[in-house]
Design a protein around this ligand. Sequence first.
Ligand code: SPQ
Length: 427
Amino acid sequence: MKLQTNIQSLQGRIRVPGDKSISHRSIMFGSLAKGETKVYDILRGEDVLSTMQVFRDLGVTIEDNCDVVTIQGVGFGGLKAPQNKLDMGNSGTSIRLISGVLAGQDFQVEMFGDDSLSKRPMDRVTIPLRQMGVEVSGQTDRDLPPLTMRGSKALKPIHYQLPVASAQVKSALIFAALQADGESVIIEKEKTRNHTEDMIKQFGGHIAVDGKEIRVLGGQSFTGQKVVVPGDISSAAFWLVAGLIVPNSKIILENVGINETRTGILDVIKAMGGKLELSDIDPIAKSATITVESSDLHGTEIGGDIIPRLIDELPIIALLATQANGRTVISDAEELKVKETDRIQVVADALNAMGATIEPTADGMIIDGKSQLHGANINTYGDHRIGMMTAIAGLIAKKGDLVLERAEAINTSYPSFFSDLEALIHG
Ligand code: SPQ
């Protein structure tokens, strides 16, 4: 696909699609609750559609009339053995969280995914789930998918210190702990996104969180709810950066989720001197309108406990850094290597091919700013965030064609990305 280059200005007001992490979890909690759940503004990206199909395969009735998704919840006890292998597509969130859900189910399943998912390590969830009494096996010593798993109705509670900062591992263990016999204690390495914890409370359950320590009692039941999904800050991030680096731009993003475990990118933009303003802040919905304008930026250091608060935004933050004055150093981000691609190497390769100066390191990148970008042939390798980052980089490429291979990967999390881009180009 040929992308737009050398754009003179971006102007306008858009609403990005619903938050992917919250959308997945709304299907899961809606299915595991008793009674009806209605989900508004859900993301209809391929990852969430995978989660929806898996719960249908597990016997849950889920209807989508394009306005609202209605789920007839069956409770933890109502899931049925699937007739087929469970297809998790490209979605790490689906396979890891659903492993936790199925840990307490006394039937065998096989879970598989696409090429990219088949390279991602599942041992981070299989190791603790085995300790709880689950039988599970995968490929190689890292338990790559496909996974074959048989849960247990007699799950043991767990006391587990996470070796990685991962909301997916934490959430998988919370789902398993909700079905165990007694209290589990899960201790995070760093605080990560807390949508699972928030949703337990929203669906009428209990969870005790004290800093990085989480206590969950097994045997809880949930009641169906109305869920309104805010816009995804990880999708908004592409327009935040576009508005800052394309000259003569002003972009207004409505209804963006601002849960504090996700807003690291806003802190980085402020630290780099970007013009950014929050308005219409809704503390209950945890959402706001965010306005950005073209800005003079300076390099910064990004590392430590901010990393889980912006992990998915690091590819687009790397692009931002190529346009700042001075050097930006990203560290403590080795988790980037086990995403849809090795996002340290793939980001550095893509942007360097376009004229940037990025040195990949063991746990991040060193980025020299004020690079003049140009067109190139870039492959997403099936990674949606690499595709969107490249499309935004193209907007400031001064010469040459920019061609993106496997651009369809963007449908994973943002099917309307290119129509939103057109709207901003035409003001
Ligand atoms: O679902 P998937 O494929 O893992 O998606 C990604 C993404 O870029 O959209 C990561 F590749 O987001 C993860 C995120 O990195 C979504 C997520 C969640 O919803 O719990 C948590 C993070 O992953 P992790 O491994 O840090 O727990």
